[in-house]
Design a protein around this ligand. Structure first.
Ligand code: SF4
Length: 390
């Protein structure tokens, strides 16, 4: 059982930093074959019960962090664009009662670009959403079919256009390194994507995750994933093209014009405090890690029984916090200032200096005073670099 909210004490000077609030909506119309997110397909959803449950889960987090300020709210999933706009509005309104909103609060909704969901964009904007992140994933019908997506290519493009007319900030996702995708294919797609003029792009290589339908298909020989060297070539092409277009990578897979970065995700990567509500949501707050019940029904049962959906809550020892902060922060192009991190967490933050020197000589890491940065070449080997440094 998690400790009572009052029992938690601040462990660092993080208290003045703004919080990010993540809200997980776990339902999708179908399960994409590459997806290992906490997403579920259900015949029906009791919308009223779900709205009440999210508000109760939020109130629990607010009891210990109330006041704020809140820098961002992020509706993720699953498919949060399937949420009734009244639920989105109720969550935002309740958050505004629990916490002060930062003047430039970012309120993001992930969305799928089929026409039915795009038709709800205006309602989401009216509810207070000011940024949308659209799961476009591909620009061709055959690729969308392979990825198991429920929308057509032209429908997706229309949804992006519609969003650009409604929201201050728009991002969309594309998946590359699809089987059979050549360098020229991806270059043509990325050229089109950049021409759409959004301020943010999330560009992911297709990875075959354990437990997904794609994993089974690869095992059965239904398709062969892209060769890692080819994936690396496409990754470098992606970095070059996005930089040249003024929308460079600020994280391994995320690209933005200056000032258009996802403020919510920057709080994760800079290891700020974030609260997570809804099934499977994680939080890092006041030196504690929270994890909520993953299965929607179990989360609902926990809420009824204990007034929140937390399955596990554990204090994070200082060395674990440093490790987590480095694992997150080294994903960023800005890297991590070790001295500043140590001061913030109230503990010495360091890496294996011998390993850092070796990696620097190989051009994979750059030490700039106390700031450590993984170079673009190093980002391709991030897991191995982290293992060496930590
Ligand atoms: S829509 Fe998104 S969350 Fe839902 S199954 Fe597909 S990839 Fe996963």
């Amino acid at each position: 059982m998690p400790p009572a909210a009052e029992a938690i004490t601040h462990q660092s000077s993080d208290v003045d930093r703004p919080y990010a609030l993540y809200v997980h909506w776990p339902f999708c119309v179908s399960k994409c074959p590459y997806c290992d997110f906490n997403s579920h397909v259900r015949e029906t959803v009791d919308q009223e019960a779900w709205r009440g449950a999210l508000l109760t889960d939020m109130a629990h987090e607010a009891a210990r962090t109330g006041g704020g300020p809140l820098a961002s709210i992020f509706f993720g999933g699953g498919t949060p664009s399937l949420m009734p706009p009244a639920t989105i509005a109720a969550v935002i309104e309740a958050a505004g009662r629990h916490w002060d909103f930062a003047p430039d609060i970012e309120i993001t909704m992930e969305a799928n670009p089929n026409s039915a969901e795009a038709a709800r964009f205006a309602d989401a904007a009216a509810a207070g959403v000011n940024r949308v992140s659209i799961g476009l994933q591909a620009l061709h019908d055959d690729a969308l079919k392979f990825l198991g997506r429920a929308h057509a290519a032209d429908e997706g493009l229309r949804a992006v256009e519609m969003a650009q007319g409604l929201f201050d900030r728009v991002s969309f996702d594309l998946i590359y390194a699809l089987p059979g995708q050549s360098e020229a294919d991806w270059e043509a797609d990325l050229t089109r994507a950049l021409a759409m003029g959004t301020g943010h792009l999330s560009l992911y290589q297709l990875t075959i995750e354990p437990g997904t339908r794609f994993e089974t298909m690869v095992r059965k020989g239904d398709f062969i994933p892209a060769d890692p060297d080819h994936g690396a070539t496409l990754y470098e092409l992606t970095r070059d093209m996005t930089s040249a277009a003024g929308i460079p990578a600020y994280e391994v897979s995320n690209h933005a014009r200056a000032g258009q970065e996802s403020r919510h995700n920057l709080i994760y990567w800079r290891y700020g405090d974030y609260l997570g509500i809804g099934p499977g949501a994680h939080g890092r707050v006041m030196g504690h890690a929270t994890r909520r019940h993953k299965k929607p029904e179990n989360w609902m049962t926990a809420l009824s029984a204990q007034g929140h959906g937390i399955e596990e809550e554990t204090p994070l020892p200082a060395d674990e916090r440093v490790t987590e902060a480095l694992m997150m922060g080294l994903r960023l192009a800005e890297g991590v200032d070790l001295r500043a991190l140590g001061e913030r967490l109230g503990v010495k933050a360091d890496v294996d200096r011998k390993a850092a020197a070796r990696l620097q000589a190989q051009g994979l890491v750059q030490m700039d005073g106390e700031r450590i940065i993984v170079t673009p070449e190093g980002m391709l080997l991030l897991d191995a670099i982290l293992a060496a440094l930590l």
